[in-house]
Design a protein around this ligand. Structure first.
Ligand SMILES: NC(=O)c1ncn([C@@H]2O[C@H](COP(=O)(O)O)[C@@H](O)[C@H]2O)c1NC=O
Length: 510
């Protein structure tokens, strides 16, 4: 290894690394700012303009984009014709490229960033060198991540040049890096232009950590986050206590958090296998937790609990009484933390309540493809609802109907939710027919079904759900409406004095 080109925006660790290279008699070439950093540290370095015999131009837009650089990176060293052309044109090989790019991500993350500033932070020369060096990894080593400096320095010191295997690994990393960089630029421009579903979708995610296993122990898995993920999103949750999260934990925690943030009053959601087993709203978080617990004291065991208020001592003491997998909350008081941290197998996650989403889509992979849709943000307003029965819901029923409607939106389809006094009393989730979901919810509610309300995520194709609801003593129903047989359901509801409300909105969730 004779010559290295260093051009870095993030100058962390570069002086130490450069010194190690110089110690190995490697000649350094550098661009403006990097050159100055190295020179000021007393490291011998040649300016890029000396190599290209061309000044850096256009405010840095053209610095390394020159045949003397790219010839030095791309030449096939063993090929006679390439050797001859290099000699004829005064091109010397470059064996090592250390580049990190203009901070595009940090730039667009600034709240007051202008479009012009974002565009100016699109690196052109850097990715071009990275790609050239990565293509020619047979001869050239490329480093895009300061975390690799130490390991590569050690390899150079030990064997003169990193192994071919290392160079290939670095090349793969380099292409992932430039692809991710460009994906973020494309995403930013699409967002600016309001293009929601571009012809080519190039999303990018950064690995947070490998996971011990996937949905099942024989499946391998890793967790990734969006580059611009925000503190209120599950991918950025701060873990305050407990062992590492599993694949299923993250999925369930996400479902619980999405649901609890739907409510403005103090609310607790208990989730098992992505569905709520208990949801309670109260005047305090303690009250809400009691209700969520009582909703289904059996299923909550080992559950994931999401709270939309800080967890206080009283609530923590109550929570401590049973085995819970995870508690999510915007905050835990010190006393609450002290109580809950005594539980070895409990994880505590802190997330901000008010989040600005950076992307507004749900991605779901299918074999050989990806389904993309925007997020179901719809929140029902009572004015959107239409009472279709002879009897209007009472104001108490209205409250329960709107509560149940918020819950049913987050239950796997076909979904039926029964609610009473601001808590769920029965949840029928993920059934192949609607009346089946209703029967499950009613059975779970038992005697409590009498006087409760029922929410359905989609319309009733037949009157059978109203029939079973009436038999159980349900007094009010909320559902989207829109079936060709709506009239039959309305008639059935009228027959039993049930008040029924159509929302005109469906909340399928699969
Ligand atoms: N224009 C070019 O030819 C060019 N060559 C390298 N860069 C970038 O310039 C940055 C380093 O600049 P400096 O050494 O001046 O601080 C690096 O992030 C590198 O990726 C360039 N800048 C942008 O495209």
């Amino acid at each position: 290894m004779k010559r290295a080109l260093i051009s870095v925006s993030n100058k962390t660790g570069i002086v130490e690394f450069a010194q190690k290279l110089v110690n190995q008699q490697i000649e350094l070439i550098s661009t403006g700012g990097t050159y100055r950093t190295l020179q000021e540290a007393g490291i011998p370095v040649t300016a890029i303009s000396e190599v290209t015999d061309f000044p850096e131009l256009l405010d840095g837009r053209v610095k390394t984009l020159h045949p003397k650089i790219h010839g030095g990176l791309l030449a096939i060293r063993d090929l006679k014709t390439h050797q001859q052309q290099m000699e004829d044109n005064g091109i010397k090989p470059i064996d090592l490229v250390i580049v990190n790019l203009y901070p595009f991500q940090q730039t667009i993350s600034k709240p007051d960033v202008s479009f012009a500033e974002a565009i100016e932070n699109i690196d052109i020369g850097g990715p071009t060198m990275v790609r050239a060096a990565a293509k020619n990894h047979q001869y050239v080593t490329v480093i895009v991540d300061p975390q690799d400096y130490d390991a590569i320095a050690n390899e150079i010191i030990a064997q003169g040049m990193p192994s071919l295997e290392t160079r290939k690994r670095l090349a793969a990393k380099a292409f992932s890096h430039t692809a991710a960089y460009d994906a973020l630029i494309a995403q930013y421009l699409n967002q600016q232009l309001g293009i929601q579903f571009p012809e080519q979708l190039t999303v990018t995610f950064n690995q947070v950590s490998p996971l011990r296993y996937g949905e099942n122990p024989h499946q391998q898995a890793a967790f990734y986050q969006e580059p611009l993920a925000q503190k209120g999103q599950i991918a950025k949750a701060k873990q305050l206590h407990g062992k590492e999260l599993s694949y299923n934990n993250i999925n369930d925690a996400n479902a619980a958090w999405e649901m609890v943030t739907e409510f403005s009053e103090p609310t607790v959601v208990a989730v098992k296998h992505m569905n709520p087993c208990g949801v309670g709203t109260g005047s305090t978080l303690f009250d809400a937790y009691q209700k969520a617990y009582e909703a289904d004291p059996v299923s909550i065991f080992g559950g994931i609990i999401a709270c939309n208020r800080p967890v206080d001592l009283e609530t923590a003491q109550k929570m401590k009484e049973i085995f819970l997998e995870i508690i999510l909350a915007p905050h835990f008081t010190e006393e609450a933390l002290a109580v809950l941290q005594k539980k070895k197998n409990l994880r505590l996650l802190q997330l901000e309540l008010d989040t600005v989403r950076t992307t507004d889509w749900k991605l779901q992979s299918v074999d050989g493809g990806l389904l993309v849709q925007d997020i179901d943000h719809h929140q029902i307003q009572p004015t959107e609802c239409r009472v279709v029965t002879d009897r209007e819901p009472t104001s108490a029923e209205w409250e329960q109907l709107l509560f149940a409607w918020k819950v049913v939106k987050h239950v796997k389809s076909n979904a039926i939710v029964l609610a009473k006094e601001e808590r769920t009393i029965g949840v029928g989730a993920g059934q192949m027919n609607r009346v089946g979901a209703a029967k499950i919810a009613i059975e779970q509610a038992g005697k409590e079904a009498k006087g409760a309300v029922l929410a359905s995520d989609a319309f009733f194709p037949m009157k059978d759900t109203v029939e079973v609801a009436a038999a159980a003593g349900i007094t009010a129903i909320i559902q989207p409406g829109g079936s060709v047989r709506d009239e039959e359901s309305i008639k059935e509801a009228n027959k039993h004095g049930i008040a029924m409300v159509f929302t005109g909105v469906r909340h399928f969730k699969h």
